[in-house]
Design a protein around this ligand. Structure first.
Ligand SMILES: C[S@@+](CC[C@H](N)C(=O)[O-])C[C@H]1O[C@@H](n2cnc3c(N)ncnc32)[C@H](O)[C@@H]1O
Length: 278
């Protein structure tokens, strides 16, 4: 709702986490030499009337950069898809206030965001739909969204920051539902490892400021990626998408090396992957 100072956004539980992500993207984008250019995120944070810092605490530069690199991994996957399918459809499940369209759109593709009604309302108010970019107000688990997608010119589905909040059986059904309908398409998703999921389920994951991360029932270690193929026979490839190299010692030098060590691979707090459908 708009008041004198800006758009007042009231969300709770999992939907509220989108504001944390937005806040970190904008924080990184404001830094000198950012790993992610995201002027639209900066604009949104300035427009929204919400106690970002009081709720989540001041962003840690390391965490914000990590988040931005994860976002870049998704952007790169979408860019690669649009390179091959310039008139294709990008389905963004649980897009929140992601501003990826403004970072990577090619002026031709179709975009369909599938979001919970309370989030869809906020998104539509702040980022109104356009001819090529629509928002559907429904759960991604209600697979009727698939009927809204024209698969003729290629389909890429993204689930950025979604699957960990679902139950394992729901994750399997959602992936299977995508594979069943969109042969030749792909799903890009991220996952948290099992130890991380378990800690959120016990209510132990908090920011330094005290914000409690909502429960994440689905966790999967990087070493288990191949299991995703069992969701549906049309899944012919599942592989990790490594994040781009970042800035500084940790993201610029250490993480690209550590990722290759099996012991470290399974304990990293997030991983992004692509599942391709035959
Ligand atoms: C961590 S936020 C991620 C938002 C955005 N993708 C990003 O990375 O900034 C989680 C998002 O999941 C959405 N969400 C949760 N359950 C959902 C469901 N069943 N269907 C669609 N969206 C869902 C919430 O509304 C929220 O926008």
């Amino acid at each position: 709702m708009a008041d004198g100072n800006g758009w007042s956004v009231k969300l709770s539980g999992v939907p509220e986490t989108l504001l944390w992500n937005l806040f970190m993207r904008a924080y990184e984008a404001r830094r000198p030499r950012p790993v992610l250019e995201d002027p639209k995120a900066v604009e949104l944070v300035d427009r929204i009337d919400y106690p970002f810092e009081e709720t989540f605490g001041a962003p840690s530069p390391l965490r914000a950069q990590g988040q931005a690199l994860r976002v870049r991994t998704f952007d790169d996957a979408v860019r690669a898809f649009l390179g091959e399918h310039p008139d294709g459809t990008v389905v963004t499940l649980a897009e929140g206030l992601e501003t990826q369209y403004w970072r990577v759109d090619n002026g031709r593709a179709r975009w369909l965001c599938v979001e919970l009604p309370e989030t869809a309302e906020v998104r539509r108010a702040l980022l109104p739909d356009e001819e090529r970019r629509r928002t559907l107000a429904q759960s991604a688990l209600d697979l009727s969204w698939r009927d809204e997608v024209d698969p003729a010119r290629g389909v890429l589905i993204t689930a950025q920051g979604l699957l960990m909040y679902l139950r394992p059986a729901e994750v399997k059904e959602l992936i299977a539902g995508c594979a069943e309908r969109f042969r030749g398409g792909a799903l890009v998703f991220d996952a948290v490892p099992r130890w991380f999921s378990a800690r959120t389920m016990r209510g132990e994951m908090r920011t330094a400021h005290g914000y409690r991360v909502p429960p994440m029932p689905w966790g999967m270690n990087a070493g288990e990626l191949d299991k995703v193929r069992t969701a549906h026979p049309a899944i012919n490839e599942v592989r990790e998408l490594p994040p781009p190299r970042g800035r500084g010692l940790y993201y610029g030098a250490l993480t690209p090396l550590l990722r290759r060590l099996p012991a470290v691979r399974n304990v990293r707090p997030t991983m992004t992957a692509i599942a391709r459908f035959d």
